[in-house]
Design a protein around this ligand. Structure first.
Ligand code: EPS
Length: 387
């Protein structure tokens, strides 16, 4: 299972091709678009989200609602493109730098300067258009299909916001369905209404100060069988692959599995999860501090992944930078930005994790049709039961 994406934030569309999906998977188009709408929400988003109303169009690999086994091609259109038709024209255009909206002032914290130097581009727009977090829209569309595949096998995925700046959500032990419905009704994707209000007020304050704020998001995957991923090779360790995927989300600076960095502070007796056995549940763990992984393999406990997102570097408050034409310093001023995109990042996290789990799932149970995968899963579960 693999995919690639293409497209710029102010170009006509974002595109993805997914290769390796089995045939006969029934796709729920409404559920797919619901995921895209979830990513657009969240307290602290900027004006761009009022322009876009993301929906995914499937332009290959699906017929009469079912996958055919051929590559699935997806398109998410950018409504904002109508304002950028000339600036983003594929054909050469004449006009001043201003008319072309040429960018020669790199924004600190963005890909602008590194990308300009690396690709030898004197118009930094050619970097920022692709490095924009707009690309997460198509990654969510891709992950939504992975989520539907996993859902068919009873695997559920939830996301929640753990922290926005100085405000932390209190811990809870809610069942996954309740977690999904409570966070869905929250403007900042937390379960506790008091925390929601505190976070909203905090984001307001940050916005007023012309600043931006990051946070921590968490994803939980329940119903995963034992043995996805493998201990035998570095690039088959599923926790490692999830970590890479999380770090590839725009603005993410760290990732933890289970208690994560806490494991460096606690003695072994307080870190490891004791093994239990019962007729009803088979082998399981007394706790889940290791977040569903031992030896790079799933252990049957829920997967728990956290990621930290830095504040968006596009600030109303000026940051110091250097003009690439004049080499003179200037203070970067900005017109439009999201003060906080942490709730949206929680939705993105769910989808990139879903993708990695689905990929490992197909590696383990791979078949060309959904029915073949079902047979493989069934026979493996019987093996586990009789072990
Ligand atoms: C982004 C900048 C903003 C965000 C954008 C990500 O866009 P614009 O430059 O058009 O104001 O709104 O996010 C999205 C468009 C999206 O769909 O999430 C950036 O620089 O990363």
């Amino acid at each position: 299972l693999r995919y690639l994406t293409a497209g710029e934030t102010h170009g006509p569309q974002l595109t993805a091709i997914i290769e390796g999906l089995p045939s006969n998977l029934k796709l729920d188009f409404e559920a797919l678009n619901f995921e895209l709408a979830r990513r657009q929400k969240g307290y602290g988003r900027g004006r761009r989200m009022q322009i876009e109303k993301d929906t995914a169009e499937i332009v290959g690999g699906v017929r009469h609602g079912l996958t055919t086994g051929a590559p699935v091609a997806l398109v998410v259109a950018n409504n904002d493109w109508t304002h950028w038709r000339n600036i983003m024209n594929i054909e050469p255009i004449s006009g001043t730098d201003e008319e072309k909206r040429r960018v020669h002032r790199p924004r600190p914290g963005h890909a602008d300067l590194n990308g300009g130097l690396k690709y030898n581009l004197k118009d930094l727009r050619n970097v920022l258009e692709r490095s924009s977090a707009r690309e997460t829209a198509i990654r969510v569309a891709v992950g939504a299909i992975a989520k539907q595949l996993l859902g068919h096998f009873g695997i559920k995925i939830a996301g929640q916001v753990i922290r926005i700046g100085e405000i932390e959500a209190p811990p809870h032990q809610l069942p996954i369905d309740e977690l999904i419905s409570k966070t869905e009704n929250s403007s900042v994707r937390v379960v506790d209404p008091k925390t929601e209000k505190l976070m909203e007020a905090y984001i307001d304050k940050i916005k007023e100060e012309g600043d931006s704020i990051g946070g921590i998001v968490e994803c939980i995957v329940e119903g995963v069988p034992v043995g996805l991923g493998s201990h035998v090779q570095y690039d088959r360790k599923l926790d490692g692959r999830i970590a890479q995927a999380v770090m590839s989300i725009n603005a993410f600076k760290g990732v933890e599995i289970g208690i994560g960095f806490e494991a460096g502070r606690l003695p072994g007796s307080k870190v490891h999860d004791e093994i239990l056995y019962s007729e009803e549940r088979g082998y399981h763990r007394a706790s889940n501090r290791l977040g569903g992984f031992e030896g790079g393999m799933t252990n049957g406990m829920p997967i728990v992944v956290r990621g930290v997102m830095k504040p968006i570097p596009t600030l109303y408050k000026p940051l110091q930078s250097v003009d690439i034409d004049t080499k003179e310093p200037f203070a970067a001023q900005v017109e439009r930005s999201d003060a906080c995109a942490v709730p949206a990042a929680s939705v993105v996290l769910e989808h990139v994790v879903a993708w990695e789990v689905a990929k490992a799932f197909l590696e383990k149970f791979g078949g060309d049709s959904l029915e073949e995968i079902e047979r493989n899963v069934k026979s493996y579960l019987a093996q586990l039961e009789s072990y």
